[in-house]
Design a protein around this ligand. Structure first.
Ligand code: S3P
Length: 176
């Protein structure tokens, strides 16, 4: 649980599956709390000079996860920032340990239907670029659900707008 008065320095960390709205929610929180927003995916792309899709294609997922872990370690050393985590950050327990040390972790929970609606709009998610994306989403969500649930707070996003999610987060952040 949050120690009272700690929000001043603690990071706000957003985790959740692809298409759960982490980036949009992060951006809005950044404006409200006047905090810098750090996206692990964007930092990985900057560092590698390649898109996520190209990193997966040319270097493979294990390499991507190594860079991701290095980026997570760095952003977790910051204070008073908002951290928008790629959906697979929770796979490596060291990532969660590092993020938890300096931040409050939120899990934006969503439904299979909502994920499919969001992520199939473009080809940016290499993990879902498969013959049966629905089966893949179900499988990954089932595998990861217990990992996401390690968050301090879980919020339902499937039927909620970005504004509604942000309101719920503010209630937690401002009153806990
Ligand atoms: C991934 C999620 C993506 C990105 C990469 C792998 C995952 O981030 O890091 O494609 O393993 O769930 P978003 O959750 O921001 O789409």
């Amino acid at each position: 649980m949050l120690e009272s008065g700690m929000l001043d320095t603690r990071n706000i960390v957003l985790t959740g599956f692809m298409g759960s709205g982490k980036s949009m929610v992060s951006r809005e929180l950044g404006e409200i709390y006047r905090r810098e927003v750090l996206s692990t995916d964007e930092l990985i792309e900057q560092r590698e000079g390649l898109s996520i899709r190209d990193i997966f294609e040319t270097r493979g997922e294990p390499y991507f996860r190594e860079v991701e872990a290095a980026v997570v370690k760095e952003v977790a050393e910051r204070q008073e920032v908002i951290i928008d985590c790629g959906g697979g950050v929770v796979i490596d327990p060291a990532n969660i340990t590092a993020l938890r040390r300096t931040g409050i972790i939120f899990y934006l929970h969503t439904s299979v239907e909502s994920v499919l609606k969001q992520v199939l709009k473009n080809q940016k998610r290499p993990l879902l670029n498969v013959a049966d994306p629905e089966a893949r989403v179900r499988q990954l969500l089932t595998e990861r659900e217990p990992l996401y649930r390690q968050a301090d707070y879980t919020l339902e996003t499937a039927d909620n707008s970005v504004d509604e999610i942000v309101i719920k987060m503010r209630e937690i952040l401002d009153h806990d």
